[in-house]
Design a protein around this ligand. Structure first.
Ligand SMILES: N[C@@H](CCC(=O)N[C@@H](CS)C(=O)NCC(=O)O)C(=O)O
Length: 237
């Protein structure tokens, strides 16, 4: 009989680390294929996906999940679709609350993560890389300002006013917690904001995530998670 063991294509220092975390939380068997980002001195694609990951599927990015044979060995190239698939398929006890939990809250937070939050983070990266300059930014500059990072204030508000238990979705991390880890790790590791001082609940949330056994197991199986590896280019204007 066909089994349903998924395969994760993972890359170091990337958002697929959160999918490794999820797989460990689900406590299921899976195959792991680890890829290493191209080196900084790569002639055409520094820091990008290596040829092995490009060859793995049309999108050539991490994460890429291939479902087990029972589900058609189907490639899923997007983090939130992967998270939804894995939880719907393997969370038989509904620990993540996708069946009977507050799915509207979960969906709202996942949407904030992939729209507003992602938008501001990409802009912050463009500052780091010197593609955007201070003068281009308009009234919200500098990027470390609270106005610029109002999405962090929104998430702090959600932790304060949401269900008790320490996670966005309550006592157990939900899909939203899994998805938000990467974006908040980017802010922390790249020093875009002072989480401890300005967003203490978010900071404590991240520490709580990193103290989980499943997170630690995922980190041990991964191949590095240094999101500051892409260097800052000094402001020239
Ligand atoms: N929208 C995708 C984005 C995937 C993505 O951009 N992954 C990055 C790693 S953080 C990547 O593989 N970059 C390599 C490249 O662009 O060559 C998702 O949410 O999973």
């Amino acid at each position: 009989m066909a089994d349903n063991k998924p395969t994760l294509h993972h890359m170091n220092c990337s958002q697929s680390q959160r999918i490794l975390w999820l797989l460990e939380e689900l406590n299921i068997e899976y195959n792991l294929i680890s890829h290493e980002r191209n080196p900084p001195d790569h002639p055409t694609r520094p820091y990008h996906s290596p040829p092995s990951l490009v060859a793995a599927g049309h999108y050539g990015k991490a994460p890429l999940l291939i479902t087990g044979a029972k589900d058609g060995s189907r490639p899923i190239p997007e983090s939130s679709a992967i998270a939804t698939y894995l939880i719907r398929t393997f969370d038989t006890e509904d620990k993540f609350g996708l069946k009977n939990g507050d799915w509207i809250r979960d969906e709202t937070l996942v949407s904030i993560n992939s729209t507003t939050f992602n938008h501001v983070s990409i802009q912050a990266l463009m500052f780091d890389w010197g593609v955007l300059k201070a003068n281009d930014a308009g009234p919200n500059f500098p990027s470390s300002g609270k106005g610029y990072w109002s999405v962090l204030g929104d998430l702090e508000y959600e932790l304060k006013n949401g269900p008790k238990g320490g996670y966005f979705m309550g006592e157990h991390p939900g899909r939203a917690d899994i998805m938000l880890e990467f974006q908040i790790a980017m802010v922390k590791q790249r020093n875009w904001a002072d989480l401890k001082t300005d967003y203490p609940l978010l900071d404590a949330w991240l520490e709580r995530v990193y103290a989980r056994d499943a997170w630690k197991r995922g980190m041990a199986k991964g191949n590095g998670y240094d999101l500051s590896m892409f260097p800052k280019i000094p402001e020239r204007r």
